[in-house]
Design a protein around this ligand. Sequence first.
Ligand SMILES: [Zn+2]
Length: 154
Amino acid sequence: MCSAPFSLNRDGHVIVIRAGHLEQINRFAEQAYPEECCGLLIGRDDGASGLAVTRVAASPNVAEGRQRDSFEVDPKLRFDIMRALEGGPERIIGHYHSHPDHPAQPSARDTAMMFEPDLVWVIISVVDGRVEQVTAHAWDGEQGGFREIAIRSG
Ligand SMILES: [Zn+2]
């Protein structure tokens, strides 16, 4: 990616996810249960009003043999999307994954897998097959940990 990095550490940063996109994400999370679902969030940086999701791209969970407690977005899907977005106003602003029967908070594994501080992590808690909570998190480089950010529906 050749675009400027986001400044996710701005105070009060939010991610805007329209109801339709949130419903899509929730449906993927419930369909994948009891495994983790995952996918990419495509959108724009709208400056002071936050990051806005414009598209949701579901990915197969390619985490080898551990789909119940880990996830990995298909690298080919990501590559194809990045190439399609090149030169346009949108880019990959984050990803989502579900936590079957676990809270919608980053796990120790998530923290260990945090390689890209510019991406927002959306986490969906699915309990007994139903979505219970959706949260968003940004990496706080100063604190060396995730920080929850607000989700606003467009
Ligand atoms: Zn997780």
